[in-house]
Design a protein around this ligand. Structure first.
Ligand SMILES: NC(=O)c1ccc[n+]([C@@H]2O[C@H](COP(=O)([O-])OP(=O)(O)OC[C@H]3O[C@@H](n4cnc5c(N)ncnc54)[C@H](OP(=O)(O)O)[C@@H]3O)[C@@H](O)[C@H]2O)c1
Length: 269
């Protein structure tokens, strides 16, 4: 028996990277999956792999910045799968740009997708979970939502907003039967940061590590999981002791990485 046998799970950003890895991982654990993103072709590829495992996969083309489309997506997932047990707010974009060079429209775009897009999903699914008195909302935040790392100011701002919102949400949901979990990945090897090289001391991780954390958060009702655990905890402890210490750790570990010559994707131009 898988850890998520017959659970029905919706995942945004399931066409790539962490969302795709999570869709495959939860299907391996026995779940049926509603795959949500804008690129139907890539969603169909993930869906085909899930169906080959004998699980249901529903492809839903939707942009998370469109609140009505996301409501429709939740309704479709419930109709096609029969019910919904988990919603994973994962879709997001990244922008690497020093704060002094950022334009306001770029910052707004990051907030629109990474923060308000996530909230569109929360408000689309929360009434359903509250009525059923059960359900889990998991969000893929980022270690950038715990400790600001240059040159990611716009992305960091959106992820800090998400972190703050979810910390309050999970406390308000106490005793409702609905659980909210936050995952904080460090740099992961996905298309989102294919234009960023990381040094050997802080290499990019396998997105399946995040997928496993999502499964753990659902099954064990974890509130927060950092990936990888030790180095992320070290950074947050250092930050609690002294911001100078955590700034120094960011610097000596070259957490900002370096830009290579690969064209970035999904960026706010
Ligand atoms: N990679 C990392 O190092 C890292 C670290 C910490 C946190 N994260 C977070 O993890 C999440 C997944 O990122 P990833 O690394 O897996 O990136 P990715 O490979 O670029 O995947 C991003 C996903 O989000 C979807 N997406 C983007 N904008 C969307 C929109 N407006 N509406 C619907 N779907 C949208 C994309 O699909 P379509 O283009 O098909 O819509 C894609 O499936 C993001 O929230 C990211 O911020 C990533």
């Amino acid at each position: 028996m898988g850890k998520l046998e017959n659970k029905n799970i919706a995942i945004t950003g399931a066409s790539s990277g962490i969302g795709r890895a999570t869709a495959l991982r939860v299907a391996r654990e026995g779940a049926n999956v509603a795959l949500i993103a804008r690129n139907r072709e890539r969603l169909e590829e993930t869906a085909a792999e899930i169906r080959a495992m004998g699980r249901k996969a529903v492809v839903i083309e939707a942009d998370i910045t469109d609140a009505d489309k996301i409501k429709e997506a939740v309704d479709t997932a419930i109709t096609e799968l029969g019910s919904l047990d988990v919603f994973h707010c994962n879709a997001g974009i990244y922008l690497r740009c020093p704060a002094k060079d950022l334009r306001m429209d770029q910052i707004r775009k990051l907030m629109e997708v990474d923060f308000f897009g996530c909230l569109n999903c929360v408000y689309a699914v929360l009434p359903y979970f509250l009525e059923r008195k059960s359900g889990t909302i998991v969000t893929t935040c980022s270690m950038d939502g715990k400790k600001g790392v240059p040159p990611d100011a716009a992305y960091v701002a959106a992820k800090f907003a998400m972190n703050g919102f979810f910390q309050v949400l999970r406390q308000e949901l106490r005793d409702t039967g609905v659980h909210a979990a936050i995952i904080y990945p460090s740099r992961m090897d996905t298309p989102q940061i294919r234009h960023v090289d990381c040094p050997a001391i802080t290499p990019k991780g396998d997105p399946d590590l995040v997928a496993k954390a999502v499964v753990k958060a659902i099954v064990k009702k974890k509130k927060e999981i950092m990936v990888p655990s030790f180095s992320c905890h070290l950074l947050t402890w250092a930050d609690a002791i002294s911001p100078s210490l955590s700034d120094w750790l960011v610097r000596i570990n070259h957490l900002d990485g370096t830009v290579n010559d690969i064209e970035p994707i999904n960026e706010a131009k």
